[in-house]
Ligand binder design. Structure first.
Ligand code: ADP
Length: 454
């Protein structure tokens, strides 16, 4: 099947849908290709919190912030490996993007802000329901209203270029037919990251091998990165892969049981009953430490008072049910009983706990320097949850400029090609701060859509 459109967008996640709405509003004829049977990608399954300096809730709460502070936090969080020009573009346009989602797309934001690690102030908006479902549902409704076709089960496989290297179309495979799309204006790649592609992960970072699961959608296989590289695009920071330490060892899904750790209440041990890492350390450090233990897993121990203080039952009841049912969480009257459930060395665990309780009393942990020691582990019943690290976000990808144009390895613009979202590299450096992804994909999705339509 051959078709011609002004713009073809690869991927119907947050970045692709944003670009589609903007391009259509600018008067272009747009089509979106989505390889999965369902739109939404990683955006759909994320918490979708959105970092925006100077937002309306900050004003209401009297929180002082600035675009410059957001830029500095992001650069520092990424170990100064990001392209500053792109970080600036993200931070400067983040608030306008959040307002656009609210006013143009109909996204409802909650009335409170969230405070993520690495941000120097509370600046992150929370979508209704604290889920990307709010974003994607509203974007799909808007796309429908604007008559933007979204071809599901249709996978882009390669870019078509003319003799001068300009991108003029996309080859795609549908369920029942193959397509050749020709573009009058541009192709926008918005196909997300490569967290679910083990081979590609290992190619760029051998540590992130198959023993590490993925929190990502199965569609995150880096297709757009490969397609762009094939026609000479420059890639940035491909080795920077973010893992989250506490995930479901069966599926890779991020576990909210981990809230208890963030409050400071848990002890993390290995099968031998020993602590091996600071429980409040960096995500990457903890993940690699867990990977190095027996079975590539860890065990998070919590007592009843920590359990209650972390509001696990109130906030995450269904997850706890799931964990009990799948033998990933045990509740027992004694530490020994809980340890035996998982075959953890119970005697060693008891002495680990006794030592830890001593550290809490002293207010100092000489073994791992745990930065916060709010409570002992001594009041039964006791809980142990089995967990493993999983890939959460891939920072690397296609190099773009602040107009979302794709650059080649010589640093020149590849005509007719734009990219936005997790598929791009260089914006989050070595490590993305929580809630920067939504700002990133919205800001660059809008820019890509607007510019491609010109
Ligand atoms: P972002 O946050 O950057 O928007 P997402 O993961 O939310 O990224 O969305 C990317 C979307 O692109 C997903 O829905 C994914 O299934 C889709 N996708 C990935 N590769 C292809 C491809 N080759 N063709 C079409 N769609 C693709």
């Amino acid at each position: 099947i051959e078709e011609t459109h002004d713009i073809v967008i690869i991927g119907a996640g947050g970045a692709g849908l944003t670009a589609a709405i903007e391009a259509k509003n600018a008067g272009a004829d747009v089509i979106v290709l989505e390889k999965m049977p369902l739109a939404g990608g990683n955006t759909l399954i994320s918490g979708a919190e959105y970092a925006a300096a100077n937002n309306w809730l900050q004003k209401k709460e009297g929180i002082e912030d600035s675009v410059e502070q957001h830029v500095q936090d992001t650069l520092k969080g990424g170990d100064y490996k990001a392209k500053e020009e792109l970080v600036r573009t993200m931070a400067e346009n983040a608030l306008a993007g959040a307002e656009w989602l609210r006013d143009e797309v109909g996204v409802v934001w909650e009335e409170e802000l969230m405070f993520f690690g690495g941000h120097s102030v509370k600046r992150s908006l929370i979508p209704s329901g604290a889920s990307g479902k709010e974003i994607i549902t509203k974007q799909l409704a808007k796309a429908k209203e604007l008559n933007i076709p979204i071809l599901l089960n249709t996978k882009a496989v390669s870019l078509i270029t003319d003799n001068g290297g300009k991108v003029i179309g996309v080859e795609a495979e549908g369920k029942d037919a193959n397509y050749t799309f020709t573009t009058n204006k541009a192709v926008i790649i918005a196909s997300g990251g490569f967290g679910s592609n083990i081979e590609m992960r290992v190619k760029y970072n051998p540590e992130i091998d198959k023993t590490i699961l993925s929190t990502n959608s199965v569609g995150s296989t880096g297709d757009g990165i490969v397609m762009a590289e094939e026609i000479g695009a420059s890639l940035l920071g491909m080795e920077y892969i973010q893992t989250y330490p506490i995930c479901d060892p069966l599926t890779g899904t991020l576990l909210y049981y981990d809230d208890a750790r963030l409050y400071g209440h848990t002890i993390i041990v290995n099968k031998e009953g020993k602590r091996f890492v600071e429980e409040l350390g960096r995500r990457d450090v903890m993940s690699m430490a867990i990977k190095a233990q027996t079975g590539h897993v860890c065990y998070e121990l919590l007592d009843q008072k920590g359990f209650e203080a972390s509001k696990l039952q109130e906030n995450h009841g269904p997850e706890l049910e799931y964990l009990y049912k799948n033998n990933l969480l045990v509740k027992a009257d004694t530490i020994k009983e809980a340890a035996d459930f998982f075959g953890i060395d119970a005697e060693e665990l008891q002495s680990t706990v006794d030592r830890y309780n001593g550290y809490v009393a002293d207010g100092k942990d000489p073994e791992f320097n745990k930065r916060s020691l709010p409570s002992t582990v001594e009041v039964g019943p006791f809980y142990i949850c089995k967990a493993a690290p999983a890939v959460h976000h891939t920072m690397g990808g296609i190099e773009i400029n602040s107009k979302a144009q794709v650059l080649n390895t010589e640093g020149n613009v590849i005509e007719g090609l734009y990219a936005a979202g997790e598929v791009t590299g260089g914006i989050q450096g070595t490590n993305r701060l929580g809630s920067n992804a939504l700002a990133d994909i919205t800001v660059f999705g809008r820019i890509a859509g607007q510019n491609a339509a010109k």
